[in-house]
Design a protein around this ligand. Structure first.
Ligand code: ADP
Length: 428
């Protein structure tokens, strides 16, 4: 009996301790799972893992905790790399001169760089995931994207948008045969097109300028060749005209070459050096005195206020002054007056060429520095000149870091003023 009782108590105690251990293990397992679950939640929430993760767990639990820690670390590394990669791509996109827009297959904007936002006038920060049909103001850009999404083919277009010319390309995107929307590339080609238009107009102008003297030369040559009985005086007159027209062509070629050289950049010999502006003015004055005398124009040089020494490109300044004085003589009637002066304004050097000539109407003042621009094409061409003098003056002045301005009144005369900042050297 007592044996049976002992057995019974033993069984009960054994079962009790067995179930007790099982419960304790179950509790531990539950706690392990809870800790691991919490750790996974932290990873999902982008938080750091607690440093003591897994410390209180049994061997198996610590192993899993270690695995989670390693996994978390490599995930972090991957995230950092992706972040850096994204930042690099965004920096490249933002720095691009072209506008870039990426839309998905439904037409929602997923990406737009700064230039695209500017060109398409997208609402700042409110364009993300909006449909281009609602966002874009320009009908042409909408239909371009629509066609690209429908036909799955590249579409190109150039449009005028307010005062700009925009070049646009819509390119469909595909990945493994799956439609991934489209990329829209926008480029502001306004200055490029203006440059091309300017070049075309320039070539047309040059051809026109060449044609007039060439036609005259050919005409006189034709007469001389086919009329053997031409009187001597007429022959001499024809030859003189050929000579004059050939001279005009030479002047034109010279000015064109000079302009091309200036536009191409600084001359190899271009140097700033110290010189006396008065000596420069005097030599220009002497060079043009005979021409002025021929027209009985009173050319005077005001010596009083010129600074002793300046630092600039003397040869460039000489070309500027020669062009201005030769214009003053050309556009001043016989018996008129021309004044040359040079003075300092602080450290700035100023040259002025003033004439009592025909003057320039206000409407032309902004344009006379353009190549081949003439206030009265028929009359001014008759006076000679290539139409390039003031364009050369403007470009040379800019290269010296200065600028040229004109004041004028029709019938009274004009004053061209050239300012070279910082060219005057202090005495001593
Ligand atoms: P051009 O060879 O025809 O003189 P420029 O470029 O030197 O060419 O000058 C452009 C135009 O500006 C001239 O055709 C003329 O109409 C006007 N112009 C220039 N200088 C003067 C001036 N001193 N007085 C009046 N008009 C001028």
């Amino acid at each position: 009996m007592s044996f049976l009782l002992g057995l019974g108590v033993g069984v009960v105690l054994g079962a009790y301790s067995f179930f007790g251990r099982a419960r304790a293990r179950e509790k531990e397992t539950k706690e392990s799972f809870e800790e691991i679950e919490a750790a996974l939640q932290r990873i999902l929430g982008g938080k750091d893992l607690s440093p003591g993760l897994g410390l209180g767990l049994p061997f198996r639990g610590r192993k899993i905790a270690n695995l989670i820690r390693n996994m978390h670390q490599s995930l972090r590394g991957l995230q950092e790399e992706t972040k850096e990669e994204n930042a690099r791509v965004l920096a490249v996109l933002e720095g691009m001169v072209d506008g870039i827009v990426y839309i998905d297959q439904e037409g929602s904007l997923l990406l737009a760089n700064r230039e695209a936002i500017r060109l398409l006038e997208l609402p700042a920060k409110r364009w993300m995931r909006q449909n281009f049909e609602e966002l874009f103001r320009n009908e042409a850009s909408k239909s371009l994207l629509r066609r690209c999404l429908e036909d799955r083919r590249r579409q190109d277009l150039e449009i005028e948008h307010y005062n700009s010319i925009l070049e646009m390309s819509a390119v469909p995107l595909e990945e493994g045969g799956v439609n991934r929307g489209a990329i829209l590339v926008l480029r502001d080609v306004t200055s490029l097109r203006k440059l091309q238009m300017g070049r075309r107009a320039f070539v047309a102008n040059v051809s026109h300028e060449f044609r007039t003297p060439l036609t005259a030369i050919l005409g006189y040559c034709d007469t001389l060749l086919h009329d053997p009985d031409i009187p001597k005086e007429d022959r001499i007159q024809a030859l003189e005209r050929i000579f004059a027209q050939a001279n005009r062509l030479e002047e034109l070629v010279k000015d064109l070459l000079q302009l091309a050289q200036i536009e191409a950049g600084p001359r190899s010999g271009s140097q700033r050096k110290m010189f006396s502006p008065l000596e420069l003015m005097t030599s220009v004055y002497e060079a043009f005195s005979p021409q002025a005398l021929e027209k009985e124009i009173h050319l005077s040089l005001e010596k009083g206020r010129a600074p002793a020494r300046v630092l600039s490109d003397q040869e460039a300044l000489r070309q500027i002054l020669e062009n201005l004085v030769s214009n003053a003589i050309r556009y001043t009637a016989d018996g008129g007056r021309i004044y040359l002066r040079c003075f300092a304004q602080g450290e700035d050097l100023l040259f002025e060429v003033e004439d009592t000539g025909i003057g320039i109407d206000r409407e032309h003042l902004n344009r006379i520095f353009e190549r081949f621009y003439r206030t009265d094409p028929a009359r001014t061409r008759f006076r000679g000149g290539t139409g390039l003098g003031l364009a050369i003056v403007k470009h040379l002045s800019q290269r010296l870091g200065g600028h040229v301005q004109v004041r004028s009144e029709v019938g009274k005369g004009s004053t061209f003023a050239l300012k070279i900042p910082g060219a005057v050297l202090r005495e001593g």
